[in-house]
Design a protein around this ligand. Structure first.
Ligand code: DX5
Ligand code: ZN
Length: 214
């Protein structure tokens, strides 16, 4: 299992220490949650912080943009050194064009679905995506409870990806801990994002190792 800890739950006053812990962990990616206070009712951090993380880590950055019209920032995300750029289906009028721009910029492209958006909305684009991110909470905040219906969506998405003959990864984000992570893994998740279950744990290295072993 690929584990992508979300630094939204890190200690921003000691970000370098938390990133150093991730470097020593079994996590493979770092998940960066960008919020604009418009698409979601919260504001987190932006490109200067992501750049600072890139400067002190070689881990691939998984940038999750919870912002309206993310097409405006493809170049900025590329300049942060992101490996993959996640845009919300609900935030893009011309999703296909945005995905083309992400690829033209040399990044992998992922599309994120809110809990109420059906997986079937991606039928005509899933073959062009390196990853689909299913939100298992409503985006905007860490520390929320996993929405159980997400498990059905993971299975539906897996079927859609197989039907398309694609090797698109399935990432799940929100309320992931050892228990919900195991359920998501059984349903077909390839990548688990975890914020509070990692940074709120007594032993974050162990929390990551538990998820990585799923
Ligand atoms: C929520 C973010 C998540 C969040 C996950 O809007 O997209 O990545 O940090 O936090 P937990 O794991 O605490 O639900
Ligand atoms: Zn996220």
């Amino acid at each position: 299992m690929i584990v992508a800890p979300s630094i939204l739950s890190a200690d921003f006053a000691r970000l370098a220490e938390d990133v150093d812990m991730l470097e020593r962990s079994q996590a493979q990616w770092i998940h960066c949650d960008v919020m604009d206070g418009v698409f979601v009712p919260n504001i987190s951090f932006g490109f200067p912080v992501i750049k600072a993380v890139k400067e002190i880590s070689d881990m691939p950055l998984d940038v999750h943009l919870m912002i309206v019209d993310p097409d405006r920032y493809v170049g900025a995300v590329r300049d942060c050194g992101a490996m993959i750029m996640n845009v919300h289906y609900e935030a893009c009028t011309h999703l296909h064009r945005v995905v083309q721009h992400i690829h033209d910029a040399g990044m992998k492209a992922a599309v994120t679905l809110n809990p109420a958006t059906p997986v079937s909305m991606l039928r005509d684009i899933v073959g062009d995506l390196e990853m689909v991110l299913l939100m298992s909470v409503n985006p905007g905040f860490g520390g929320q409870h996993f929405i159980r219906h997400s498990l059905t969506k993971i299975a539906e998405l897996k079927a859609l990806i197989e039907e398309a003959g694609s090797d698109t990864l399935i990432e799940v984000d929100g309320g992931i801990n050892a228990e919900t992570g195991a359920l998501a893994a059984q349903a077909g998740a390839d990548v688990l994002v975890a914020g509070s279950a990692v940074f709120g744990a007594k032993d974050p290295l162990e929390a990551i190792a538990t998820l990585a072993a799923l």
